[in-house]
Design a protein around this ligand. Structure first.
Ligand code: P53
Length: 476
């Protein structure tokens, strides 16, 4: 007897900009992902002013899923996927973001894509905004610094809900909305919110303002979605990296607690429809003068989510030493190495038990169903002499994490809807723009410079995952 429910949603996850390519086809506008170059571990992606000739932008072609999705979904189906998580590229539907009418060719593409999934018995799970803001909203409005962008997002969400209401049941609003709590770096504010900072600006205050507008946009959209189809399940999407205290020094404990509040208050707003007291107090203490109007407070209350979607790759550890006596959290400054866990080639601390811990934490805090919508191991794959990738390291990573989430369900009573490992087919890394940081069960022949046939081939993990799904998690 399997320890997971019979209708458990096994699948895989991707995002439009990381695999579709076809960046200018069928009326698509430029998105924030189209102006980011490729980098590597330790080197940030460059965010250019528009698309500059002669620079390499890996998302422009990506893995050409736009033209090959039938072949790829066939492979997902062969693995036995029950669901497939992808996003709708906002700039395919509203090329500039502020257009009055949607682009029919963009809408038709996702009709075909979802039909193809359903034909194979695969339930689409759809993120509305996954690091794909139309670039025009950055240049004209400053991204989510601007209240007007709420309406543009809500218009986009409404069009999608109406159009796909009979094809898509599971939705998420903003991917990893809490990444931007790392406001010190340029990547998260730009990909989450289309925010570019000028020198000397108060980055933290701007981040809280942009996040507030997004939370309002998410709540308004969630309310409208529920009105359009009461059967919709609409979730938030949180990047979960639990923050452990480096020691049992009470100062480290408090520091970890404060860091958790700063990284995860987003979930409180999504779930409870209101800011927790510690955040409103913090805004006051810092004299952040945020534009939060009465109607926003009402909107947040009306648009709470049905489940918590989250990604889990790693855990963090933190020490109080560099912080001030208020334990203000600065992600780039305060995190420390955890000697009890190993790290990936990209420095991500691998911690399967941390997944079980995180699931219990979410459940204690919010009492909602959970959905693990990303998890996985970004690694360098080499083709063996037989032309096949023997990725036992990836199988090991996934196996140990699956064991832990089964314990969370079976021993701790956590309500878990499904599991969609990240990058089920190799795609462009969000953080570095590389191809060589691979997550897939399916290998794609393409390198960091953009060379390759784009041919697909099955890795060892492909056959392994197929067995896992067929046994509903019994055979790992
Ligand atoms: P890459 C940081 C920390 C955790 C998850 O990431 C993150 C990031 C951003 O890099 O992003 C999510 O490709 C994101 C996906 C992304 C995936 O994790 O940098 O939702 O778009 O590809 C893996 O290795």
């Amino acid at each position: 007897m399997s320890k997971l429910p019979e209708d458990f949603l096994w699948g895989g996850a991707v995002a439009a900009h990381q695999l579709e390519g076809a960046w200018q086809e069928d009326g698509k506008g430029i998105s924030v992902a189209d102006v980011m170059t490729a980098a590597s571990h330790g080197k940030h992606r460059e965010i250019t002013d528009g698309v500059i000739e002669g620079k390499y932008y890996p998302n422009h072609e990506a893995i050409d899923f736009y033209h090959r999705y039938k072949e790829d979904i066939q492979l997902f189906s062969e693995m036995g996927f029950k669901c497939f998580r992808t996003s709708i590229a906002w700039s395919r539907i509203f090329p500039n973001g502020d257009d009055q009418e949607p682009n029919e060719q963009g809408l038709a593409f996702y009709d075909d894509l979802f039909d193809e999934c359903l034909k194979h018995g695969i339930e689409p799970v759809v993120t509305l905004s996954h690091f794909e803001l139309p670039y025009h909203l950055v240049t004209e409005y400053g991204g989510f610094r601007n209240r007007k962008v709420i309406d543009f997002f809500v218009r986009f969400a409404t069009v999608c809900f109406e159009r796909y209401k009979d094809k898509v049941k599971y939705w998420m609003t903003f991917n990893e909305i809490n990444n931007q709590s790392n406001f010190d770096e340029d990547f998260a504010p730009f990909t989450n919110s289309g925010v570019k900072y000028q020198p000397g600006e108060n980055r933290e205050q701007i981040m809280y303002q942009a996040a507030h507008y997004e939370l309002v946009a998410s709540a308004q959209a969630t309310k409208i979605g529920h009105d359009i189809n009461p059967d919709f399940e609409i979730g938030c999407m949180i990047a979960m990296c639990p923050v452990y205290p480096a020691t049992c020094n009470p100062k480290d404990i408090l520091m970890a607690q404060k860091a958790m509040q700063k990284r995860y208050y987003f979930t409180d707003v999504h779930v409870h429809g209101a800011y927790p007291g510690y955040m409103t107090q913090y805004f006051k203490d810092k004299s952040f003068n945020l534009d939060i109007i009465d109607q926003d407070i009402e909107d947040l209350k009306q648009g709470t989510v049905d489940y918590i979607g989250f990604s889990y790759y790693m855990s963090f550890a933190i020490s109080h030493e560099k912080s001030n006596d208020k334990y203000d959290y600065v992600e780039t400054r305060d995190l420390v190495k955890n000697d009890y866990v190993q790290a990936s080639d990209w420095g991500w601390q691998i911690d399967p038990e941390g997944l079980r811990y995180a699931m219990n934490w979410f459940t204690d805090m919010y009492h909602l169903p959970l959905f693990i919508v990303e998890n996985g191991f970004g690694a360098i794959d080499e083709l063996g002499e037989d032309g096949i990738v023997h990725d036992d390291y990836r199988i090991e990573y996934l196996k140990t994490h699956i064991e832990q989430f089964i314990k969370a369900v079976d021993e701790d009573g956590v309500d878990l809807m499904g599991y969609t490992p990240w990058g089920c087919i190799d795609l462009v890394s969000a953080g570095t723009g590389e191809m060589k940081k691979r997550y897939g069960f399916i290998y794609v022949d393409k390198d960091n410079e953009g060379h390759g046939t784009l041919d697909r081939s099955k890795k060892d993990s492909f056959y392994w995952y197929k067995k896992v799904i067929a046994s509903n998690g019994e055979q790992l």
